[in-house]
Design a protein around this ligand. Structure first.
Ligand SMILES: Cc1cc2nc3c(=O)[nH]c(=O)nc-3n(C[C@H](O)[C@H](O)[C@H](O)COP(=O)(O)OP(=O)(O)OC[C@H]3O[C@@H](n4cnc5c(N)ncnc54)[C@H](O)[C@@H]3O)c2cc1C
Length: 450
């Protein structure tokens, strides 16, 4: 089935993605004299920085993933389409998306591609089934199921070795996500679950952070990295630096430490070690006049964030590669503001030359535990409670929706001041759906072949 969209009279802007880049682009075009179509493969805008709190039972999905069409309800010039973008034709200026058996072709005059990045397993994609990443709502719910399910299994098993394995949690990658999730698994075990089991003592859980580099939080520098490491160690987290994961399987993982291969038997593995840009980046680069992608698949854009030969095609956010711009929300938001500014100003006859995109580094931060974070703003580096307050304020500011902000503050109040967590429900489907989906894909592939 193919639905051809009738070309509207006004300048047509197609946006791919409803993350920070896509959503902010649509918001900044609200009053522009253009027709906007935002296409994304999820119905929500995801606030990725708080996914780890969904995975560890602090926040519910709705608080960090509000519906995109509701956020943009008042943008009368904007149509929101659910669909997986499977084709982009720069020559004919169309985007093809699929939803179930339907195919939709969206024509555009300007295109903003903000399709983000996914987890990278550095060529070892078979690790994923055993060590999910933390990129989507599905990832967070699956991990919540696995983390809490491990305590349940440990309570029931009669084998001491299996109990130990179930109570060993390994997080791979000591970037901000790894540090945040490992800190929260430790606090979940030590505070929230303490005293709730009869056979096991959750506070005896072994929580390990594995990092191939010689430091925690490598991009934040040695001082903050060491601060975060000391705090984690004080909480009982084992921090293994210079340690490379060489294999992952159901029973655990193999690491190379001090030149020696070692096994860590563990049920729960979380992967936060690398990113790979959306394949849409390569698709666009191949159609440009020589734009390349970097090793992580990010598009090496021109100074105005476009691709060579197509000044109407902007690539922003985690999908773009611009020296000095990290894969962070600020990069995506500022890219969205810049791209929409060019589109709006070029609708006017008086538009001048484009000035290159300039990134304003507003700093970075990571929470380590309750009341403790590390923060870097320019040359200023600080950690502890003050940094945690800064983290709290910033995340509240960027959370979408006043209801979500109120609920988040309430949830943080009960978790950080008390020890409760209101989102500890797990279901069998969250934990096992991946296997069922993979089996059904295999069956469809076999049918297609046979
Ligand atoms: C766990 C985690 C923690 C983080 N913590 C922080 C933090 O503390 N501070 C910070 O600044 N940054 C943080 N980041 C990074 C930040 O979230 C990203 O830099 C930001 O989300 C990038 O925005 P984006 O719009 O480029 O991509 P995304 O937000 O990833 O959005 C991509 C969008 O594209 C859509 N999409 C992808 N492929 C297709 C397709 N084929 N068809 C249709 N739609 C498609 C997706 O559905 C999604 O809507 C974190 C990221 C993660 C994963």
């Amino acid at each position: 089935m193919t639905d051809e969209t009738i070309a509207p009279r006004r300048h047509r802007v197609a946006i791919i993605g409803s993350g920070f880049g896509g959503l902010f682009a649509a918001k900044h075009l609200k009053r522009a004299d253009v027709d906007v179509t935002l296409i994304a493969k999820t119905t929500h805008h995801l606030f990725q920085p708080l996914l780890y709190q969904v995975a560890t039972g602090i926040l519910s999905v709705g608080e960090i993933a509000p519906a995109t069409r509701i956020i943009l309800r008042k943008n009368k010039n904007t149509e929101v389409l659910l669909g997986d973008v499977v084709g982009i034709d720069l020559e004919n200026k169309t985007v093809t998306s699929k939803l179930l058996d339907w195919e939709r072709v969206t024509p555009f005059d300007s295109l903003i591609v903000a399709a983000g990045a996914q987890q990278s397993y550095f060529g070892n994609d078979h690790f994923e089934a055993f060590a999910p990443g933390m990129k989507t709502v599905d990832d967070a719910l699956e991990l919540r199921g696995r983390i809490l399910g491990a305590f349940e299994a440990a309570e029931v098993t009669t084998s001491e070795a299996e109990r130990k394995r179930r109570l060993t949690f390994v997080v791979v990658g000591a970037g901000p996500t790894g540090v945040e999730v490992v800190g929260q698994i430790a606090e979940l075990a030590d505070r929230t679950l303490k005293g709730a089991f009869r056979t096991i003592d959750p506070t005896e859980a072994r929580v390990i952070l594995v990092e191939a580099a010689p430091a925690v939080l490598p991009p934040m520098g040695p001082k903050l990295g060491l601060k975060a490491q000391r705090r984690l160690e004080k909480m009982g987290v084992e921090v293994k630096l210079n340690t490379m994961v060489t294999d992952v399987d159901y029973m655990g993982l193999t690491v190379k430490e001090d030149g020696e291969e070692k096994r860590i038997e563990c049920a729960v593995k979380v992967w936060s070690a690398g990113v790979q840009a959306s394949p849409l980046g390569k698709l666009i680069a191949e159609q440009s006049d020589g734009t390349e992608v970097d090793r992580a698949g990010r598009v090496v854009v021109e100074p105005d964030l476009t691709v060579k030969g197509h000044p109407n095609v902007f690539v922003i956010g985690d999908l773009m590669s611009v020296r000095g711009v990290p894969g962070m929300a600020q990069g995506a938001i500022q890219g969205a503001v810049y791209a929409t500014k060019q589109i709006k100003s070029e609708l006017k006859a008086s538009a001048g030359e484009r000035k290159p995109f300039k990134y304003l580094n507003k700093g970075s931060m990571a929470t380590v535990s309750r009341f403790s974070a590390v923060c870097q703003i320019g040359k200023v580096e600080f950690g502890g409670f003050l940094a945690w307050l800064a983290w709290l304020g910033l995340h509240l500011y960027y959370l979408v929706g006043s209801r979500n902000r109120i609920v988040a503050v309430y949830s943080w109040f009960i978790t950080f001041l008390g020890r409760g967590r209101s989102q500890l429900a797990i279901t069998e489907r969250w934990v096992f759906a991946r296997r069922a989906i993979e089996e059904s894909r295999d069956q469809s592939a076999q049918k297609a072949i046979g």
